[in-house]
Design a protein around this ligand. Sequence first.
Ligand SMILES: Nc1ncnc2c1ncn2[C@@H]1O[C@H](COP(=O)(O)OP(=O)(O)OP(=O)(O)O)[C@@H](O)[C@H]1O
Length: 806
Amino acid sequence: MASRNQNKPPLPNATPRSPSNKKDSVDEVPIDKRRKIGSGKMVGPANSGRTRQAFSVLNAGQDPAASGDSTGNGSSDCSAIEFTKEDVESLLNEKMKGKNKFDYKGKCEQMAEYIKKLRLCIKWLQELEENSVLEQEKLRNMLESADRKCSQTEAQMKNKEGELNSIIAELRKNCALLQEKLTKEESDKLAAIDSHRREKEARVTAEKLRASLAEELEKAHHEQLSANQKVASLNDMYKRLQEYNTSLQQYNSKLQTELATANETLKRVEKEKAAIVENLSNLRGHCSSLQDQLTSSRASRDEAVKHKEALVNEVGCLRVELQQVREDRDRQQLQVQTLTDDVAKYKETTGKSSAELDNLMIKSSALEDTCSSQREKIQILQQQLAVANDKLERADLSTLEIRTEYEEQKRTIQDLQSRLTEADSKIIEAEKLRKKLHNTILELKGNIRVFCRVRPLLPDEGAGAEVISYPSSLEAHGRGIDLLQSGQKHPFSFDKVFAYDASQEDVFVEISQLVQSALDGYKVCIFAYGQTGSGKTYTMMGRPETPEQKGLIPRSLEQIFQSSQSLLAQGWKYKMQASMLEIYNETIRDLLSTNRSGPDTLRAENGVVGKQYAIKHDANGNTHVSDLTIVDVCSIKEVSSLLHQAAQSRSVGKTQMNEQSSRSHFVFTLRISGTNESTEQQVQGVLNLIDLAGSERLSRSGATGDRLKETQAINKSLSCLSDVIFALAKKEDHVPFRNSKLTYLLQPCLGGDSKTLMFVNISPDPASVGESLCSLRFAARVNACEIGIPRRQMNVRSADSRLSYG
Ligand SMILES: Nc1ncnc2c1ncn2[C@@H]1O[C@H](COP(=O)(O)OP(=O)(O)OP(=O)(O)O)[C@@H](O)[C@H]1O
């Protein structure tokens, strides 16, 4: 098709316009013209045949194929023809040309043809004009009706505008009110955040203070201990020195008395010696006189002998004289005899006296020796005494010094102790404040708190990419967890998230306050939920035989007993009762029953009906299970042995997912009643620690027979639990607590006024990602559930004997 910008062939050869040609022409013709000419257009495929018909009339005599008419039928309907300005102009400028100058016939034919075209054109123009008039009329009518409509619409719009203005005004008012509320809410929120922050700060400072005071206390204790030790050792030394001193003094006095007796003995001996010496000199004198006598006697004997000889000579002569002489002689002999006897006697006496004298001399010299040695000893002892006295003096001095030091240290210790008591009271105050704030926050939240714990990969797991990650943002730190499933990230956030490397201690630290509040008279419930093998039993019970791997139950009980002991100082006396049960295949079993081998252990499905334990809730929201064994416990040792007994009785089995799978829900309950004699207060707390059986997919568990039944029962009760949670989350009027034993037992914890915490345990195994996602979604629902506000169960004995809540 030729372009409009190119030279157009004359009209007879003008080609009928196809819709696209028409568009071109419409684009080029001014709007007013376009309207006129355009009104004669035949639009659409039905008209194209008619257009071609009209042109066959114009091109009559010409080859129909050349004119584009495929039918070859003629028609005089010119209304189907349209002319452009150029067409009309070319028609008007057209000149008749013959074969030559004189070919009039040819020219006439051309003229006739031209006249036909002109007529057609004129007719078209007339029709066009008529059409345009009609169109104008129509348009005018339309315009009028449009005007009317417009004014109507305008009026409506005005009305609506009025309405809208009033709505806007109302909305503005609402908006202002909402803004007000928002600011109020925000200020409340800010105040809550502020109080939370302050509580945190207070807690941190209290903890710091406590730590520093504990340090100081420890130091003081150490100092006290060492001072006490020093004092004890000094006292000991002092005692020993005193003993030594007294013994020395005793020894000294003994020595003095000995010395005195020795002196006396010496004096006596000297006296004796003097007497003996005197005696001896007397005896000597006597002896010498006797010897003189003896010599004189000897001389007289010699004289007598001489005389005798003279007399013997004169014997004969003097026989009378002889007799006389004989008598004399006898007499003299007697006398001699007596004298000899005397001499002998004197000799004997002299010998004896000299032996005695010798003895006395020996004794005297021995006594002198003893005296001198004793004198030496006394001197040595006196020297020793002087040294000891010196030492004693020095010891006295050092004792005095130590005593003053001890007094000083005693004063320091007293000072430290008073500071310690002050700090203790401060700590108690801070603890009270912290407890109050903690409880206020919990009360404000009013919902079940959820902690998430991811266990480490087990040795036979871990093929594949990591599916669990933790957001690094400060806001979500320790609270967020992301699960990756099929390339999609599912973010969750809870009150606390423990990664695989969190120790049992780390986990316990976070719940210790909650456990503590059971002693303050709150009902506390902690339960572990999660897929089988995800670490619920490890979290709740752990391995009690290994101190670091002990779970929450043994740790909580240790804390309860320790705290109850330390609260004795504040006048609190506690009584505790423990009970343990499991829900196995929708049947309650008493784990502390002494006749475990009796009928209550037999499974109902085995056809033997055991004890039927009925669950009842009283008006105070306390739960009672009829016939359940309740044991009074006073120490951690007693509870540990009960836990051990219960663990032995629990239904545990091996599944494909867990070597030691708990096939029942385990419920440990500790009822705590405390009385303060000094303030007459009474509190009643309950601590429920629950290890739920693990959820598992039948397809993955590979369970058959009894295991299959167990798995179905577990899944059913867990699904009842999720029904309850969903109903609570939606705040429905009816919550189906009674649909399972588990939910009925947990009713006061889930729908009542207790402090409830759920652990959602997660396995990091990529093969369990589906179950992990389900658990996390369930946990998120639980976290959003609002339960009642936790209330403390306490009363004052004297004022009112009934329990009051506050
Ligand atoms: N935090 C952890 N640290 C180390 N090992 C863990 C941890 N959590 C769980 N485990 C180990 O994982 C295995 C399964 O844990 P556990 O028996 O506690 O799971 P469960 O959720 O109680 O399972 P089920 O529901 O079948 O009773 C055990 O061998 C346990 O020792």
